[in-house]
Design a protein around this ligand. Sequence first.
Ligand SMILES: Cc1cc2nc3c(=O)[nH]c(=O)nc-3n(C[C@H](O)[C@H](O)[C@H](O)COP(=O)(O)O)c2cc1C
Length: 177
Amino acid sequence: MKVLGLIGSPRKGSNTELLVDAILGGANKRGHSTSKVYLYSQGIGPCVDCRGCKKGDLQCIVEDGMQELYPQIEAAGAIVFGTPVYWLGPSGPMKIMIDRLRPYYGTDRLKGKKALIAAPAGDGPKEAELLVEMLKRTFTYLEMEFTGEVLGTGYERKDILKDTDAMLGAAVLGEAI
Ligand SMILES: Cc1cc2nc3c(=O)[nH]c(=O)nc-3n(C[C@H](O)[C@H](O)[C@H](O)COP(=O)(O)O)c2cc1C
């Protein structure tokens, strides 16, 4: 199975990426192929509610970096939504990307794909509660199969490495894909 990691942090060596890497490492161990996309560099603009995706072949007609991501999403059997907690929710680029999943709503094109969450927060897992709820309900709309989350505590870059429960949990989650 292909496992796609979406990185919604702007920082190099981010806590988000370290958690996603641990998940992907676990998935690799089980023989899955993995890849990553950095949402801050992908050039994805916001959904403009043009309703183009409700017509014809139900595809998004906005020509930007999302067009490169759609086939990767469709080819993946599992998708890791990695984002830092920003104001109790996802980072801007992660939310913008999620809005662009609108063409899949009401279709079965993402049905049954596994969805995982990796979300570090400065003040720890409790800060991620609303984010997890929002994503889980979004996965339900998209008929994706929520497969688990890994949350953790970290503020400075690489702080998450000190949260050994989170790092271990991420590896275990990846192996269970
Ligand atoms: C704009 C912004 C908003 C944030 N909001 C929260 C928050 O609501 N709760 C929290 O615990 N940490 C918050 N943080 C801290 C980040 O979650 C924390 O630094 C995290 O480790 C960043 O992840 P990264 O290393 O993957 O970028 C915020 C940070 C920024 C820059």
